[in-house]
Design a protein. Structure first.
Lengths: 750, 152
């Protein structure tokens, strides 16, 4: 099948406008929800009075913490309640929620909820939050239910260290040493669809339509905060208008379900764009990154010291592993003889951070790759040559003791350099920059059913979630190949927790990787049943039969054949189920000094990649224009080329935005100053250039179907670092703050 | 106070009574019942709500329904004539111009207007012509290729 011949099964509804997203759904008797957010970023709640809100005509429910079970939730640390009780900790902490006849009445009622506060000192700055005498964001932190590897001291939410050998001694003996300090602003996933949720109770059961990336996590979250069984909760995801991580995790479904139960009516919540910026507990975390590396004259990196501080925001969510992930990226895919990296995630009064497309990696990669170019400059080596000498390779041992097999990162380096045209004649104020990086594949449980219909078509029922990437849309390619059928023969039922088996959702680039294995296993069960039926019919052993072109036939004698439609139409239920064996993380042998281990100390089938960019810098204004991007990735075998290419195009453009324009600016109290698309600038079609993509396909031994790895997250990782390196060549100085806005580029000039 | 008006959307006349402040987007989504056009920002920044007004693209979130009276409104639902996909819709699918699809209705409207005005645009003209429509998934690559495939 050629790449362009595969048209995604949900394509027609998307180009005709007939597809339904959550905000497009309405139910008879439906009410509208509005959330009442905190009036301070850090305050003690003295009193909440809902009398006036309840009295407003058209209001059917007003809820506060008193109206729901007194439980905390949180994927890695149970540190949050559905409604704030004693304290608010960031600007969009939810104090109350209203359901009313119209959105206008709901908004009016939400404003009428009276809340009296005793303001506390807010802490927005990461370094201030990490100080020993900082005001505590969570006074009860030590008592929260959480993983033992988490922080639990002061505002420290998570801490991780990677230690190998004696970095201090090696730095003292190095031929050259470079040291950099980088600052990163927060940024956003910013899907074009603001989230929407609709809930309806029928008896004791609630159905929730939600624009979530993780319907099963949403289901368990609703069950937990309302203290009801998961079997009483059904989560359905209509078409999802993008997520990029920001729609991971459970959150607002609980408020809407609680409102619908209290009001006895269906309730719908649709976020404004401003809410989509400030309220989700998912954004990219700001960071302070200090790096110091020493090398011998031949380029050998003898030591890396790193100190990283990450802004976790007001609540942990599922972001508790960020300290360790950032530490892994501070080492990067390089041979390092001695390492001393320490990474700390702190609570602040900012919006909670949470997974956004390859969490922590773009920021740390941006810093490490610029630092690597600085090291090359100090050594008098070409930056590409230094990478050739120091990138990990087959047989390399990582700082945490992981031994690698086939490792294609140098292939991606050479391919990206080739694609950009390293000998291209550069115009005035132009330069080429290169950056490399890595990101793990994530193994996890997943499941699917495949069933055949009487006319010889089929249906795939999967627990996996489609976020737009096309990963679920590509499943028929895998199933059809197992059964000798066409991808177009299959419908897909997905995004309904009552239908498909449990799945981790659209996160971690894991859908093809994990659910791909599941559907292949399910298809093989169907295949076995078809062969068994045909075997009975022809009285020929199953191993002498094959499935080709919609029929089961005898190998070597096509006159004996029966169509799948005939076999399926005989009334025998032909149903296969699969989950696939979950690949285990490879072993690692971290040294005694390695702390905060949450499973990231080894990378399963790492995705490896290099981006090369050509930029032009206006020295008078600091404005940077990206003229060309070349992206070379090793994601193992590519299953669906048009889908995989699409991930790279989109990831690179997100990377250009993160590099140059995208940042959430917090004021000193932790309030967002630019929660709208006028001032939070996403790259447009006219801001970005042609992007050349190529794949180095080293089949993964312990990977997804056909030797595939993950695909979706890495494309947004190295672009900013490559752009930073190109800018530095033009202006002969480092821009050490991300994003590299015109003001910052201008100010960095010597 | 609701005032009567007739909105003509995709060739069909709809008699409505709407507040003077009702936007064209809300009128079409909630009162006419066509949900193809999306609200992404309510700020004229994302372009997901775009409709054609007498062939000219407008951000329907920032345009009043009453201003559209007597004019021909075209939404994404009006692009496929007689159930067959328009060549542009087909091209979006074949070139990978659709991922999550939330920007797609507005993109198609913008691209339709662009090609009507400039039947043979350069790549740069396509990129500038679509710069009022934000897409977070595709990096614009498949969209630009789809529009260029219909040039000339």
């Amino acid at each position: 099948m050629s790449a362009t011949a595969f048209v995604r099964p949900d394509g027609k509804e998307k180009v005709t406008g007939s597809g339904r997203y959550a905000a497009d759904l309405d139910l008879t008797g439906q009410l509208h929800a509005k959330l009442r957010y905190a009036d301070h970023t850090h305050a003690r709640i003295v009193r909440i009075d809902t009398t006036r809100a309840r009295a407003l005509p058209g209001v059917l429910a007003v809820l506060t913490h008193e109206d729901v079970p007194d439980v905390r939730y949180g994927m890695m640390v149970k540190d949050r309640r559905l409604f704030a009780k004693e304290r608010v900790r960031f600007e969009a902490d939810i104090v109350a929620a209203v359901a009313a006849l119209t959105p206008e009445i709901a908004a009016e009622a939400a404003a009428l909820v009276e809340v009296e506060y005793e303001p506390l000192a807010p802490v927005s700055d990461i370094e201030a939050a990490a100080a020993a005498d900082a005001p505590l964001i969570h006074e009860e932190w030590a008592s929260y239910e959480s993983d033992d590897e988490m922080g639990r001291v002061g505002n420290v939410l998570g801490h991780s260290a990677i230690v190998k050998g004696d970095a201090g001694g090696a730095l003292a003996a190095a031929d050259v040493v470079v040291k950099n300090r980088f600052l990163v602003d927060a940024s956003q996933g910013a899907p074009i669809e603001p989230r929407a949720i609709l809930a309806q109770w029928q008896g004791d059961r609630v159905t929730v339509w939600s624009s979530t990336q993780v319907p099963f996590a949403a289901r368990s979250g609703i069950a937990h905060v309302l203290q009801i069984p998961e079997s009483n909760v059904r989560v359905i995801v209509p078409l999802l208008g993008g997520g990029f991580g920001s729609k991971c995790d459970f959150h607002f479904e609980g408020h809407v379900a609680a409102l619908a139960r209290a009001a006895g009516r269906p309730v719908k919540l649709v976020f404004t764009r401003e809410e989509e910026f400030v309220a989700p507990d998912h954004r990219r975390e700001g960071m302070v990154i200090e790096l110091e590396s020493g090398a011998r004259a031949d380029g050998t990196i003898v030591a890396r010291r790193g100190r990283l501080l990450l802004d976790g925001g007001a609540y942990c969510g599922e972001g508790g592993f960020f300290a360790q992930m950032a530490a892994m990226h501070a080492c990067g895919p390089y041979e390092l003889e001695n390492v001393d990296v320490s990474s700390t995630l702190v609570y602040t009064n900012n919006q909670p951070s949470g997974s956004i497309r390859a969490p922590t990696a773009p920021q740390v990669c941006w810093a490490v790759e610029q630092h690597t170019d600085e090291l090359a400059a100090a050594l008098g080596l070409d930056p590409i040559e230094l990478r050739r000498r120091t990138l990990l390779d087959e047989g390399s041992v990582s700082p945490t003791g992981q031994v690698f097999g086939k490792f294609g990162i140098k292939q991606t380096l050479e391919r990206a350099v080739e694609l950009i045209g390293a000998d291209v004649e550069l115009g005035d104020s132009e330069a080429i920059g290169v950056a490399c990086g890595w990101w793990p594949s994530f193994g996890g449980p997943s499941g699917a059913y495949v069933k055949l219909n009487g006319d010889g078509t089929g249906t795939i029922v999967t627990g996996a979630q489609e976020n737009g990437s096309g990963a679920v849309m590509g499943l028929p390619l895998l199933v059809a190949a197992e059964l000798g059928m066409q991808p177009g023969d299959f419908s897909i039922l997905y995004q309904d927790t009552d239908a498909g088996p449990w799945d981790g959702g659209s996160s971690g680039s894991q859908t093809t990787f994990n659910n791909g294995r599941a559907v292949v296993e399910a298809a093989r069960e169907v295949r076995d049943k078809l062969l068994e039926l045909a075997s009975d019919k022809f009285e020929i052993a199953p191993e002498d039969l094959e499935l080709v072109g919609g029929v089961v036939r005898v190998v070597g004698d096509p006159t004996f054949s029966v169509t799948i439609a005939e076999l399926a139409g005989e009334g025998t239920a032909i149903l296969g189920k699969g989950s696939g064996a979950v690949p285990e993380n490879p072993p690692a042998e971290p040294g005694d000094g390695c702390l905060g281990r949450l499973g990231m100390e080894s990378f399963l089938e790492p995705q490896l990649f290099t981006h090369a960019v050509r930029v032009k810098v206006d020295r008078e204004t600091g404005v940077v224009r990206v003229l060309q991007v070349a992206a070379a990735h090793d994601s193992g075998t590519i299953v669906n080329r048009i889908g995989a290419d699409g991930q790279v195009y989109g990831g690179v453009v997100m990377g250009i935005g993160q590099a140059l324009t995208e940042h959430t600016q917090f004021d000193v109290d932790g309030r967002q100053r630019n929660p709208h698309l006028l001032d939070y600038k996403l790259a447009t079609a006219s801001d970005v250039p042609r992007i050349d993509v190529d794949w180095v396909e080293n089949p993964a031994e312990n990977g997804g179907p056909r030797g595939s790895k993950g695909v979706g997250e890495p494309p947004s990782v190295p672009t900013a670092g490559a752009i930073g390196n190109a800018i530095a060549k033009v202006i002969r100085a480092r821009v050490c703050e991300l994003p590299m806005t015109p003001e910052r580029v201008w100010a960095a000039r010597p | 106070m609701r005032l009567p008006l007739t909105l003509t959307v995709n060739g069909i006349a709809y008699p409505l009574e709407l507040e003077p402040s009702t936007t064209l987007l809300r009128a079409v989504r909630e009162h006419v019942g066509l949900t193809g056009a999306k609200e992404g920002c309510d700020d004229s920044e994302c372009g997901a709500c775009m409709m054609l007004l007498d062939g000219r693209p407008v951000n329907a979130c920032s345009y009043l329904a009453h201003q559209a009276e007597g004019r021909a409104v075209t939404t994404v639902e009006g692009l496929a004539a007689g159930g067959d996909l328009a060549p542009l819709q087909q091209a979006f699918l074949e070139h990978g111009g659709v991922q999550c699809g939330f920007c797609t209705p507005g993109m198609l409207i913008s691209a339709t207007a662009l090609l009507a005005k400039h039947p043979n645009p350069t790549e740069e003209e396509v990129r500038i012509g679509l710069s009022g429509n934000l897409c977070r998934c595709t990096g614009y690559d498949g969209i630009v290729k789809a529009v260029l495939s219909l040039a000339g």
